[in-house]
Design a protein around this ligand. Sequence first.
Ligand code: PMP
Length: 290
Amino acid sequence: AAEAPQKLWFDGTLVDQGALQATLGTHALHYGSGVFEGIRAYATRDGAAVFRLPEHLERMRKGCELLGMDFDTARATEAVLQTLRANKLGDAYIRPLAWYGDGGFGLDVSGRAHHFMVATAATNLHLNGNRTRVSVSKWRRNPASSLPPLKLCGAYVNSILAKRETKARGFDEAMFVDEDNYVVECTGANLFFVRDGAITAVEHRDALPGITRDTLIRITGADSRPVSLEELLDADEVFACGTAAEVAPIAEIDGRSFDANSPLSREIGAVYAATVRGESSWSGRWLTRV
Ligand code: PMP
């Protein structure tokens, strides 16, 4: 039997995923005038639950406010939960998107129609087995003074350039550093390092304030401060973190390799995995039951 088509939330209703198309005049397609989120739900003993949903939607609300789009957090919450229920998902990636639609090629967005959708996709448990090989990008991160570190669609062209460049050189992931050689972040994840048992979160004004980063700082008590590339390369362990990446140990940065066992990174990864699945003392405050 054919599987039931996956549902998508679009402007207030659930529709079959294949039933929708954006028109070619869509403003966000031309100029990147949209805001998205990347959220995860996990199968827990008490059913599916979304990890830190209010925090993700608050970041999205800020992006929408900046672009002048209405954003109703209560309705967005319902949209996420209803889409997950309709698709009967446990472990899932959730992609809300708000964007400016059709209405001419001008840059002035005032009064232009905008839309809101939520797509979901089943995620398979990924084993974090492959330790990531990272290279410092030749590109600079969008400076916060030009593009605030929010999940604005157009801003991700910067990540795409860095990803392309690093892959062409045979690496998995790019790391941005600024003009003064301070570490910013990766293309879609924040950075931490371990040195002599102490855990430090890399802080930078141009980096996205990650929700996974915040979670790990709270759980581990890690110090958060600016970190130079030189200091990062002197670490015992380095890991990236994000909603999609979870806790991802880094094997090497431009040929400088780190402790292959990454013992503390793995331990932190295990605590994070337990937390998102409702199995740690931190879980309760951060899970929204589907
Ligand atoms: N930095 C960038 C550029 C990202 O796209 C992401 C993923 N949203 C992160 C960091 C990690 O953020 P979070 O932990 O909130 O997913």
